[in-house]
Design a protein around this ligand. Sequence first.
Ligand code: C2E
Ligand code: CA
Ligand code: CA
Length: 729
Amino acid sequence: MPFMDAFNTQAYHPRLLVVDDDPRSRASLRELLKDSVMELATAQNGKDALAQLSTGRFDLVLLDLCLPDVGGHTIMDFISREAIDVDVVVISGRVEIDAAIGALKRGAFDYIRKPYGLEELTTTVRNALEQRRLRQANRHIALELEHSERMYRYLVDASPDIIYTLDREGRFTFINDRVSRLLGFQRDQLIGQHYGELVLEDDLELANHAFNERRSDGRASRNVELRLKRSADVRHPASRANDPMTISLNASGMYLQSGSSERPGFVGTYGVVRDITDKKRAESVISYQAYHDILTDLPNRSLFQDRLGMALIQAKRNKTELAVMFIDLDRFKLVNDTLGHHKGDALLQQVARRLKRCLRQGDTLARQGGDEFTVVLPDLHRHEDARVVAAKFIDSLEQPFDLDGHTAHISASIGIAVYPDHGETLDELLRNADTAMYQVKGEGKNGFAFFDQSSREMLDRRTVLGHGLRQALALNELEMYYQPQVDTSTNRLVGAEALIRWNHPTRGLILPGEFLPYAEENDLIPALSEWMIDALCRDMPRWSRVDDTLKLSLNLSPRYLDRGKIYDKLRSAMSDHDISPDRLEVEITENICISNPQHAIEQLERLGQLGVSVAIDDFGIGYSSLAYLHRFPVDTIKVDQSFIKAIEDEDTPYPVVLAIISIARGLGLHLIAEGVESEVQVRYLRAHGCTVMQGFLFHRPMPIDEFIATIDRKAQQHAEPVPGKPMMN
Ligand code: C2E
Ligand code: CA
Ligand code: CA
């Protein structure tokens, strides 16, 4: 039968309920539908029908309106009241139109009057079932659609990315919820807005290519990086409202087929925006770290080379000059060794900050490593400008540094090379700035110098010297010289300072100022110091035979004092040569006392235990040592030559000299003025109470034999009676 095919093919098994009190009617209906795959139930009265409808599930009820107990209309009312999902076809012998209308009003699918034809019945039943099937299928599709819509919506909103569509003019037509979390805008604030409102001005041009994407194939915009503005009320954990969001954008054109013949038309774009702010931030941290020094936050060597390279290209092109500086801190190692690396690091940070403040925008200050810094001043107008900056650098370091309560002083030596006069390439400029820096070091540090050819020669000499010095120790080319110290109130010698010399095989006599820095760099200080102590102890018995009252001062390198070996070395040397410790005085520079007072005190106390006395050398240039002085086990202070040199006139007060004299007196310390070269200086010093002096005016440093002869001569002088005065014994 045709209508059953439809049910079959759809695998659809409708259930029918035949409600009729007439057994014959029921039988004939059953007969009619018996071949179908339909399940068929029957009810012989209204109550039975209601009971079955309440419990069973039916697709179609063939309902006789005239039932003995509960009428057909009542059953239909029940169906609609209980919202039973079943279709009803009314079959009735009643002819009144009212009955039919009542049935149709109550939602009957159709009305068949008894007696009905076979064809009429089957057609009606088939139609009813077919329509029901379609309706159910539709409903199913609708449900599925609703479900999938919800699902897509969910997927879209739950996406970690912003997903949007734009119309052809670039206005948002859809945007998912993520936008409120990431950018702080509500989606309805954005719908209808142009995408340009969201993009950072600087990125607009790039955005116009990406957001306006019309291509939808492999050429569409992929991973375009842009920055978007955030709303002031963004609550994204890692971001502040002012931080833009860096995104990676994928966009493609959307096309819809409007008529079957036409090609699909462009309707807008669809895009996915991924927040890559954190990734970008991490990347930029990594690249920042690759090009910066972690300690000082300054550009590192690589970035410096880069900047200098760029600046050179510019200078060549514009025919301008540029300056490269090499800055090396003086005696930084001393601070580091005595105060510890922590304080050394802190000092480097503070130095970096001070130096940086001397620069203009566009200049680069970099840390090369250790205590070395480099600077490039691009676009230099005159050499003079570099000089001004270098002077500023030197000035900026003048004030003491506070390292966690410790006061430290540091100065710098600065070498300057100017393009194109002092070199045309990056390497040449750096090397020549470095050379100029070494020249400053050699000339007493704490200053700056431009490169010149003599710096180069000096450096070459240094290199040659360096190679020779180790050998000099082995070949015994070193020699101790002695410079007598005179008490001008008695005109007697009271002591002598031992000063080292190098008899170079080809260059002759070399002064310590030239080779000591090299010894320091090459870790030759301990060997040199030990050689010196041995030499002095060997010499001492020789001249002591002439005068055994003189005190001998020896210069100790801070580096050597620091190693703590000095104590053992001195003790054994003194006992080997039978030297009484009260004949020896050790000179140390003031700086070592300042940079780590506690350590210095301990070292000096140990020397004191040996019976050796201690002098502070170059006193007065170490800035703030006055505050510490009373804490040190010190016997003598030696006024630095620079203050003595300044004395040119007896009647002018020289406050530093006067202050030092009164400090020595106040603390009961011996005082020696060093570098005395003129009678004026002698008179001034004596007038203010400083009588012991050392300087070229009296004696130059001299070899041992000459020294012995000098003491001998002096002893003779005093042995002869002074005219007009009784001879003293
Ligand atoms: P310093 O300890 O300040 O030594 C005094 C320096 O001043 C000596 O230079 C001496 O020759 C010089 N001098 C003395 N009187 C006069 C004067 O009237 N006018 C001038 N212009 N200079 C005068 P020198 O011998 O060249 O030594 C330089 C520095 O080298 C010394 O300065 C000292 O710090 C260091 N030094 C010398 N010998 C030794 C040594 O055996 N061991 C160590 N560790 N350092 C030494
Ligand atoms: Ca000295
Ligand atoms: Ca000195």
